[in-house]
Design a protein around this ligand. Structure first.
Ligand code: URA
Length: 245
């Protein structure tokens, strides 16, 4: 791999800004192959060099992975002339790095949105052939029933011709208004809303809770973001190495 500046490599871990990296170097806390780093500008091949901060190795990753708690009212897009996009919820430095949302959520849908520049991972998460569960919490008008669950489990052909793979509907409460978890392994346009509407139960509120092993961090406020932890990143990247499609 091409050599890169030390501050850029360490900042790409998402743990420190370039300014913070410079400070760490000045304080002698960064080791490059066991020797104290001299300057932020010094270059090395990140794949062949061991970098440690405070004695702890910092693995190099060429991609970035950000968890965003999408609020209602913003578009799952990287640009739009009229409406705010999820990209604008990230700080300016991150906005420049080519991150895109993995699996769109409707403007009024809230919840987990992974933002990354890793196209291969996005494909793994989104391809129906990979059978990655996407779990939503939905509130609907009308009483959800076991017949609705059976229809979801059987797969549905909607009136407009949209064919939905078998899915899971797990009723949490049922009455004039109902609540349920919906688990899909695909992500067609407005799919949860269209499936529930086809059962005569229009969606009033929708939130994505998880995508495969990645769960929305309950401590993340609406509109807030954070880098994925190392273990979250590992569990997602494991998808890339299993059963390529
Ligand atoms: N299904 C929907 O209907 N809307 C979303 O935002 C996501 C899944």
């Amino acid at each position: 791999m091409k050599e890169m500046r030390l501050d850029k490599i360490l900042a790409s871990s998402g743990r420190w800004s370039r300014k913070e990296v410079k400070k760490l170097i000045r304080e002698g806390r960064v080791l490059v192959d066991g020797k104290a780093a001299q300057t932020a500008e010094q270059k090395c091949d990140p794949e062949l060099t061991e970098l440690c901060v405070d004695g702890i190795p910092v693995p190099f990753c060429s991609h970035r992975y950000v968890m965003l708690h999408k609020p209602a009212g913003v578009l799952s897009a990287t640009e739009d002339r009229r409406t705010a996009t999820v990209l604008q919820l990230l700080p300016p430095d991150l906005q420049k790095l080519g991150l895109f949302p993995v699996g769109r959520l409707d403007k009024d849908t809230e919840g987990l949105l992974l933002m990354t520049d890793d196209g291969e991972l996005a494909h793994c998460l989104l391809s129906p052939k990979r059978h990655v569960d996407k779990v939503y919490y939905a509130e609907t008008e009308g009483r959800l029933t076991e017949e609705d669950c059976a229809a979801f489990a059987a797969g549905m052909l909607l009136e407009d011709g949209m064919c939905c793979l078998p899915a899971r509907l797990e009723i949490l409460s049922s009455g004039e208004k109902s609540c349920a978890y919906v688990t899909l392994q695909e992500g067609k346009f407005h799919q949860v809303k269209r499936m529930l509407a086809a059962r005569g139960k229009p969606v009033l509120y929708l939130k994505r809770l998880s995508m495969g092993p990645l769960q929305l961090d309950p401590a993340l406020e609406k509109g807030a973001w954070r880098y994925l932890s190392e273990s979250e990143q590992k569990s997602l990247l494991a998808l890339k190495s299993t059963g390529k499609v």
